[in-house]
Design a protein around this ligand. Structure first.
Ligand code: KIV
Ligand code: NA
Length: 271
């Protein structure tokens, strides 16, 4: 049902909003803000676990994050990202791992790749697993391809367009375009019936995604050209903690009203 909703949104040229989340309260906030989709991205490796790439996260961690997000956002479409090595080794392992993300609460899975993952996606879709594709810059292969935008040459444009069409034909319900040059992302979005979700891919994708910590300015180590920070989260959180710290040190917190009293003294015994 929801997958069809996203197709309809594209037809009506309604933009699709996706944000990543990895934990219960973030998911709750995202749902309260009415986003269309939550991606439990393998970017959790960087922003939740402090790793320097997405290679270093596995199924075990992803399942924990998906379960927490499902509890926080029970009524929002959730996509579970397939981590490195969870789908590359064999199709049977891949299908099993995709199933584990669905069991954890995901409504769909996402995996990186073009023509190389088309046969796998066909199988997954055949078995009823909704799949989102991901082309352009694919972080799990940065050791091979480097960290760079894609679609800058005629050859890259053709590869991207062919991959996007093949992913659509394989049954993917949507495709993330990461750091694809704006004209190529526009062309792909126009030529496909399924919605494209852009990150660093310009203005003309059918939807956008940003990483939680990036858009809220919590990640002060990451400032790419494509990012817009909607909050100076790092500074605001730091200031709040500094206030707490100085109030503890100078005896301003806690106050009498924060303290419990003996039964006979206090009428108000709430927690
Ligand atoms: O892991 C992630 O957050 C992603 C998005 C950037 C698309 O894959
Ligand atoms: Na990812």
């Amino acid at each position: 049902m929801s997958i069809r909703k996203f197709l309809k949104m594209k037809k009506k040229q309604e933009k699709i909003v996706m944000i990543t989340a990895y934990d219960y309260f973030s998911a709750k906030i995202a749902e309260a803000a009415n986003v269309d989709m939550i991606l439990v991205g393998d970017s959790a490796s960087n922003v939740m676990l402090g790793n320097n790439d997405t290679i270093k996260i596995g199924m075990e961690e992803m399942i924990i994050f998906v379960k927490a997000v499902k509890k926080g956002a029970p009524n929002t479409f959730i996509i579970g990202d397939m981590p490195f090595l969870s789908y590359q080794v064999s199709d049977s392992e891949a299908i099993k791992n995709a199933g584990l993300l669905l069991k954890a609460g995901a409504d769909a899975i996402k995996l990186e790749g073009g023509l190389n993952v088309v046969p796998l996606i066909k199988k997954m879709v055949d078995f009823g697993i909704p799949v989102m594709g991901h082309i352009g810059f694919t972080p799990q292969s940065y050791k091979q391809i480097g960290i760079t935008s894609k679609g800058k040459t005629q050859t890259e444009e053709e590869v991207l367009l062919n991959s996007a069409k093949a992913l659509e034909n394989s049954g993917a319900f949507s495709i993330v375009l990461e750091m694809v040059t704006e004209p190529v992302a526009k062309k792909i979005s126009e030529e496909l019936a399924i919605p494209t979700i852009g990150i660093g891919s310009g203005r003309f994708c059918d939807g956008q995604v940003l990483v939680w910590h990036d858009l809220l300015g919590l990640n002060n180590e990451f400032e790419p050209k494509f990012l817009k920070k909607y909050l100076n989260g790092f500074e605001l959180f730091k200031e709040a903690i500094e206030n707490y710290s100085s109030e503890v040190k100078n005896g301003k917190f806690p106050e009498a009203k924060h303290a419990y009293k003996p039964i006979e003294e206090g009428s108000d015994q709430k927690l």
